[in-house]
Each structure stands twice: as structure tokens, then as C-alpha cells.
Design a protein around this ligand. Structure first.
Ligand code: SAM
Length: 243
């Protein structure tokens, strides 16, 4: 199974019930992490282009059920493209948009490996919980940077492995609570609960935080910043693309 198929098969089964367990299993940090991420994006509209104001265009790659995209779409002057490889997740995002009346500009079914937009199409690109599901992390960053305009902002969020005294608690949570709690909800959630801890640990063995920062730098983001949240259980990175 290639990584996109793994993601599709994992997330198709939990799409309809995704949001509440995501909040519960993160001890209600999930939305808080999204909010922190979104605060890294400029709120002002970009300078007029050829004398005309234009909407601040944001790509939310791996949008899932659209939690980030829908928050962004509620900002005045912002237009959002919500993209994901898993159709049932995207369907939930559409449903959420129709319920609260905030329509992102577009929903696109695609993989982050091949973003179907021209170079420099967006003022900002965000992605949350994406890189653990791809095989070529540098290629994905290059592809997302390609569609970002020079001077635009890229921001990411993912789980992380806490250090120090929080680590044993995190292991207990990921080794025991998530698999058991997931299995109590449904077989599909059981699979996700058992998948997450090893996936997070394996990712940071290959891509420790310092190496990720270097990679962003090499991809054209000279002043990348990073912040760990919730005892180190989440990692947010953000930077402006070199002009
Ligand atoms: C854990 S969910 C996160 C959803 C959302 N970003 C959030 O913060 O709630 C991960 C999402 O990444 C998507 N995904 C995984 N690999 C992908 C890829 N190569 N291209 C696009 N989307 C991908 C999955 O389909 C899934 O919807």
C-alpha cells in the first residue's frame, strides 16, 4: 500500500465521526492547536495587485473534515482551497461548510504530491498532520512551497514526542489509552488508535525537529520558527517564503 492509500484507508472509516474523538483523545487541545497555528498567519489582506484588492488566498492541504479551512473561511477577505486525498473526509468538510454557511472557495480531491495549481497561486499554505503520511517529505515541502507566492506564509502542525518527564505519560497515552479507547469506539478508530503512537515516533526518528527546521530552510524559508505546545505533544512551524 502506498502512503496515500494508507491515509485513505485509515481516514475513510472514521471521517463521519472524526471531530469529537480528535478533541477527546487530545484532552481538548486539538482546536487550541489549530487556533495557535492560525494566529501565525497574517490577518491583513495583501497589497493590491495591479491596483486592485484581491482576496487573501489560502491552501489548506490535508484539510480532513475542514476544521482549519472553515475557521479561515470565516475571516473577511479570505478565500480558501480545502484539499485532501480522502474523499469521505472532504465530504465531511463540505457538510461542515454548508452547515455553518462559511464556504471555502473550493474543495479539491488531490494528493499533496501533485497540487493541481500553478506556481505562486496562494498567499498562505497550511497543512496539519500531513507529513507522517507521505513517503518523500522534502518533495512535499517543495511542492507546497511551489504554489506559495514569494513572501507568503507557510504554517504546519503535527503531533510531537514530548521530552523529559512528560514522555512516560505520553507513552502511556499512545501505547495504551489511544488503542484501547479507539477500539471501544469502533474497529476503524481502533486501527487509528494503534497506528498513531508508532507513526509519530517513527516520523521524528527520521525527521527530528532540528532536521525539519533545516529542511524548511533549504526549501526557501530562511527564518523558520517553531513552537511546541501542550508539554511538547504538538509542534507548530511557520515561516515566510523568501521574496
Ligand atoms: C489526521 S487528519 C487531519 C485533518 C485536518 N488537517 C485536521 O487538522 O483536523 C490527516 C488528513 O491528511 C490527509 N492526507 C494524508 N496524506 C495525504 C496526502 N498525501 N495528500 C493529501 N492529503 C493527505 C488524510 O486524508 C486526512 O484527511
Amino acid at each position: 500500500m502506498n502512503p496515500s492509500e494508507t491515509a485513505r484507508s485509515l481516514f475513510s472509516g472514521i471521517a463521519a465521526s472524526y471531530d469529537t474523538p480528535a478533541q477527546l483523545f487530545s484532552f481538548f487541545q486539538y482546536r487550541r492547536w489549530h487556533r495557535f497555528l492560525l494566529q501565525r498567519l497574517p490577518t491583513a489582506r495583501p497589497e493590491p495587485v495591479e491596483g486592485r484588492a484581491h482576496a487573501y488566498r489560502v491552501l489548506d492541504m490535508a484539510t480532513g473534515t475542514g476544521a482549519v479551512a472553515l475557521r479561515l473561511a470565516g475571516r473577511p477577505g479570505v478565500s480558501v482551497v480545502a484539499a485532501d486525498v480522502t474523499r469521505p473526509m472532504l465530504a465531511q468538510a463540505r457538510l461542515g461548510a454548508s452547515r455553518n454557511g462559511k464556504y471555502p472557495t473550493d474543495f479539491v480531491e488531490c494528493t499533496a504530491e501533485a497540487v493541481p495549481f500553478p506556481d505562486a497561486s496562494f498567499d498562505a499554505v497550511v497543512f496539519t498532520y500531513l507529513l507522517r503520511y507521505v513517503s518523500d517529505v522534502p518533495a512535499i515541502l517543495r511542492e507546497l512551497a511551489r504554489v506559495l507566492r514569494p513572501g507568503g506564509t507557510m504554517a504546519s502542525l503535527d503531533f510531537a514526542v514530548p521530552r523529559g518527564p512528560a514522555y512516560p505519560l505520553w507513552r502511556l497515552h499512545t501505547d495504551v489509552v489511544l488503542p484501547l479507547g479507539g477500539a471501544l469506539l469502533s474497529p476503524a478508530w481502533g486501527r487509528v488508535g494503534g497506528f498513531l503512537g508508532p507513526s509519530i515516533r517513527h516520523f521524528y526518528r527520521r525527521w527530528p525537529e532540528d532536521r525539519l527546521l533545516e529542511l524548511w530552510h533549504e526549501t526557501g524559508f530562511p527564518d523558520v520558527e517553531a513552537k511546541r505546545l501542550s508539554l511538547g505533544g504538538a509542534l507548530v512551524m511557520w515561516a515566510r517564503k523568501s521574496p
